[in-house]
Design a protein around this ligand. Sequence first.
Ligand SMILES: *Cc1c(COP(=O)(O)O)cnc(C)c1O
Length: 435
Amino acid sequence: MNYYSLKGNSPTVDFQTAAITGQAPDGGLYFPETIPQFSVDFRHTFRQMSKVELAVEVMRPYVGESIPDDHLRRICADAIGFEFPLVPVADGIAALELFHGPTLAFKDVGARFMSRCLGYFARQGNTPPVTVLVATSGDTGGAVASGFLGVEGVEVVILYPSGKVSPVQEQQLTTLGQNITALEISGTFDDCQALVKQAFQDKQLTERLFLTSANSINVARWLPQQLYYCLALQQWSAEAAPPVVAVPSGNFGNLCAGLLARASGLPVGHFIAACNANDPVPSYFRSGQYAAQTAVPTISNAMDVGNPSNFVRILELFNNDFSRLQTALSADTVSDNGTRATIGQVWQEHHYLLDPHGAVAYTALRRYLDQHPAEKGFFLATAHPVKFPDVVEEITGQPVPLPEAVRYLQGRKKQAVPLAVDYAALQDFLLQRSR
Ligand SMILES: *Cc1c(COP(=O)(O)O)cnc(C)c1O
């Protein structure tokens, strides 16, 4: 498989180059040249496959010659080595729980897949030592830290906004050590992101350090997210009508991966893009005009994105044809008040505890099914409620018990380098390390 730049001014590249560089030289996102089609045989047998077998089948065409099958199998096994249960919650609504990985949010799979790909390329001696530089509002940093821990040939530097991530998130970012360094920035997430962007454009720095990003722009993080939908459909009865799937969306990487799997032939009926007050995509669906927004803070903060980077990939998938897009996807906006009301109601009526991101998707799915009563579906529960204890405990009046997966973090020592919002300081820090 080759990948082309959506800006159209760069050569096509293979999976390895796309994964190592992240973005095309012209600043565009990479997109696969063809959409693989699931065979008739696959469609009949995927429900009986093991998780790893299924993952290898789905990922193989995208990885192509870059990674041989036995290694791809190992990478897949590592990336999805936990549970993805589809749990009934209410009448016609199930939760696809994507928070059973090591950092309790769905980004674990993409981060682990990408880290192991880069580790493989480094071991082959095909690449210089890589520094992954990433800004986080909470979940990405933890997943990247855990996913890349101990991967040889890869250094990770994570910028996070001081005081603006939850206690569990901060522990996940700052206590691992080894090849993971956390920079605690005295500013906002936007400040962190701006610093990272500036570093990528800094010639003096990029001549000395091979920098790459680890967000969903990177195909090695974006593409394996298709596996959630495949693993969910394994658990959806072959006799039932294809499900409606609601995806809590920020940068739209996860949703775009679902649409890609559907384009390959996965039997999903309809998708819903569920957004908080940051809703450039729902606005586009209302008006037919796309306009970027300035992000505003909400209680589902991993979705506070005003100009989602993966939306161009969704448009490409549908040949920029708005009417075709509407047959596969609709979009909805849920306010913080609506999100809080849903968490309380679902807890009282069904004794199921939603996190704010899952609650946005639940709300959008509920509204859609009210309009389409013959259909059924599931929403993606993208994070464990313990990652957002303030919001959840205020509504339910109960502390959220710490799951087994994060107990190991208790009592570990925080190691973070405090840094002002000052590009010269970041540059200095990174150049010191390149010596
Ligand atoms: C990152 C994240 C999202 C948004 O995912 P995108 O792929 O950026 O749309 C939703 N929920 C949680 C909990 C997240 O961490």
